[in-house]
Design a protein around this ligand. Structure first.
Ligand SMILES: C[S@@+](CC[C@H](N)C(=O)[O-])C[C@H]1O[C@@H](n2cnc3c(N)ncnc32)[C@H](O)[C@@H]1O
Length: 424
């Protein structure tokens, strides 16, 4: 049983949160009790005043020390060695570890500040100062409720499923994996196949992988501190992304709006392959239906894969090993589908304005969360044709350099996009 005593100017604020679901049940089961103490009962004058002007001037009022100290001393006398906590934005940050420690206490006294805060001398009468986050609330009541809620659900037996607190975000220092419920498909969005497989070992591995990836992407501070097995670290860094790329030389527009085939260039193949290798892209396709251009591209690739280049520069060989030549986009889609077991989501890039755009952040999130492969299409010439755009699932937002000049080379655009999607 954990007994909370809350010292506040607004005891009525606690009625509603305490009379629903988990907090209500925890009280009924006598796992916690919450007693609110009206600070005005400890005021020293007949007007029950608890605040005063700040010394040195300035905005607002400060909570007087005498009523607070009297209330704390009374709570200490009535309790059995309670831990007294002042809620303040200047306090130590509340996190899951801290909540876990508090859940092992028998008695907690929570002091809610108001106005501009409490007279500094009150701090000599408390054991801890706690903040619930880097923002300023109007009063400590909501912070006290957050503490009561977070701590209560960690008391063994409060939650029906005793395992759930251990699996939640932060419990193991990581964010939680994505959760799904019925229906299996909603507006084209499917529940990841692994969750329907019934294979508990695979599900466990998938959840762990998602948890690690989400934490790495959203909370690098937590990820740095996370305990990872050596093979987990390796597999996360070994380009576990499901991102494929294709450089389309056909069908693209020329500057007059005609659909044309552009020339394959040595520079694009090299530079994009090196960026792809750097960011862990699965494969980089060069797409052209023109046999003479395919011959040229094959000559470049053979030079680096088997010829003199492969002996001269190993790292270049490694990058160019990702490159494949295809006649059409359809062939690329089929090959990726055969390799991954599901059709890739087609993501097009276009510098032309208009259309419903997916942001880099959204696509980055999808790459972390979804198990479907993703094929990023890069256009040459004056950009991918409307037919390709219509075939695609997502239209990525354009790169904005902050000027009216909008003519990045495809290799530069590829590098920038990869950094935004996969860079740390
Ligand atoms: C308006 S705030 C006072 C802020 C104070 N002037 C300052 O800048 O630190 C009034 C009261 O709300 C509570 N409070 C505000 N933000 C909080 C936070 N992030 N965590 C815990 N308590 C908070 C504290 O009890 C505080 O005394």
């Amino acid at each position: 049983m954990l007994n909370f005593t809350v010292i506040t100017l607004f005891p009525a604020m606690f009625a509603s949160p305490l009379s629903h679901t988990i907090l209500k049940i925890a009280q009924e089961k006598e796992m916690i009790s919450v007693r609110t103490v009206d600070l005005r009962d400890y005021a020293m004058d007949r007007h029950r005043i608890t605040d005063d002007y700040p010394y040195g001037g300035g905005q607002g009022m400060v909570m007087k020390p005498e009523p607070l100290i009297a209330a704390i001393e009374d709570a200490r006398k009535k309790g059995k060695n309670p831990r007294v906590i002042l809620l303040t934005p200047r306090g130590k940050a509340l996190n899951q570890q801290e909540a876990d420690k508090l859940s092992q206490e028998k008695e907690l006294v929570l002091i809610c500040g108001r106005y501009e805060g409490v007279d500094e001398r009150v701090k000599n009468f408390v054991d801890d100062e706690l903040s619930i986050g880097d923002y300023t609330l109007s009063g400590g009541e909501l912070a006290a409720m957050v503490v009561i809620d977070t701590v209560t659900r960690l008391i063994p037996g409060v939650l029906g499923n005793v395992k759930s607190p251990q699996e939640e975000s932060f419990s193991n220092g990581l964010l939680e994996y994505p959760q799904y419920t019925r229906p299996e498909e909603l507006k084209g969005m499917k529940v990841p196949e692994v969750l329907l497989s019934g294979d508990h070992e695979r599900i466990k591995d998938w959840r762990r992988e998602m948890s690690l990836k989400l934490t790495r992407a959203r909370r690098p501070d937590l990820f740095r501190k996370a305990q990872l097995a050596p093979d987990e670290r390796k597999s996360l860094s070994a380009g576990s992304s499901r991102l494929y790329m294709a450089l389309l030389h056909y069908p693209v527009y020329d500057k007059n709006g005609q659909v044309v085939t552009t020339a394959v260039t040595n520079m694009d193949i090299h530079d994009i392959a090196r960026s792809a290798r750097t960011y862990g892209v699965k494969r980089f396709y060069v797409v052209t239906p023109v046999k003479a251009l395919q011959k040229l591209a094959l000559k470049i690739l053979a030079h680096w894969e088997q010829g003199y280049g492969s002996r001269y520069n190993q790292t270049r060989k490694e990058a160019l090993a990702l490159a494949r030549l295809k006649d059409t986009l359809d062939e690329v889609v089929i090959e990726v589908e055969q390799e991954c077991g599901s059709r890739p989501q087609l993501v097009v890039t276009s510098a032309r304005p208009g259309g419903k755009r997916t942001s880099f952040a959204q696509l980055r999130e999808m790459l972390i969360r979804d198990s479907d492969p993703c094929l990023l299409l890069l256009g040459t010439g004056w950009g991918l044709t409307d037919t390709v755009l219509a075939q695609s699932d997502y239209l990525l937002e354009p790169i904005d350099g902050g000027t009216d000049y909008n003519h990045l080379s495809v290799r530069s655009a590829a590098a920038i996009i990869l950094d935004r999607l996969l860079g740390k």
